[in-house]
Design a protein around this ligand. Structure first.
Ligand code: AMP
Length: 197
């Protein structure tokens, strides 16, 4: 089993690197942002609630987000070799909950990959993504709010996982494949897992 968290500010490349990592280590990818956007597209009750928070650049309340993740794990992660959590946890209570959710399934979190990228680059990347994909929350005002939320509520997790010896600091600026290689080497070093290829 290999369970990883892809951690970093919005726009730090979590989605891009997750897609490459699932291939490398044969993992299941859970992006909580994607789960919520899927509900919005399908216009479910949950989607209607989520949209109000996402449009404002705010986090979905912990209790709701944790129960959504529990459901997704139940439906999607059984029998898999491990999971990449992309965009979860985003608060300390979510990190505590993740510990419990993994424990109850007889497993644990092995490493937290922290993609560190300067703020100007984050903003530029998200504005470009907004133009290319039409993603609704990638506009300047909402980006600013999301970065504030990241600094106040999510960035404390860096210390939290550092203390647990799980945080793997990665320079997330530069060429995608170089960053990926640095991540893979770090994971192999930290967890002892073998590369697939
Ligand atoms: P992302 O695709 O990870 O950037 O997430 C997009 C938006 O979905 C965030 O700005 C939040 O509003 C919401 N969201 C995603 N993951 C979480 C989470 N773990 N906790 C609370 N809200 C979340």
């Amino acid at each position: 089993m290999l369970n990883l968290v892809l951690f970093g500010a919005p726009g730090s490349g979590k989605g891009t690197q997750s897609a490459k990592l699932i291939d490398e280590f044969g993992l299941h990818h859970i992006s909580t942002g994607e789960v919520l956007r899927d509900h919005i597209r399908r216009e479910t009750d949950l989607g209607k609630i989520a949209k109000q928070y996402i449009d404002e650049g705010q986090l979905i309340p912990d209790e709701l987000m944790i129960s959504i993740l529990d459901d997704v794990l139940e439906k999607e992660a059984k029998g898999k070799d491990g999971v990449i959590f992309d965009g979860f946890p985003r608060t300390i209570p979510q990190a505590e909950a993740l510990k419990g959710l993994l424990q109850k399934r007889g497993t644990d979190l092995h490493a937290v990959v922290g993609l560190e990228v300067p703020e100007e680059e984050l903003i530029e990347r998200m504005l470009n993504r907004g133009k290319e994909t039409g993603r609704a929350d990638d506009n300047f005002d909402t980006i600013k709010k999301r970065l504030n939320v990241y600094h106040s509520q999510t960035s404390p997790l860096r210390d939290y996982y550092n203390k647990e010896g799980k945080y793997l600091k990665i320079n997330g600026s530069g060429i995608v494949d170089d960053i990926f290689n640095e991540i893979v080497e770090g994971i192999v070093r930290k967890t002892g897992v073998a590369r697939r290829k």
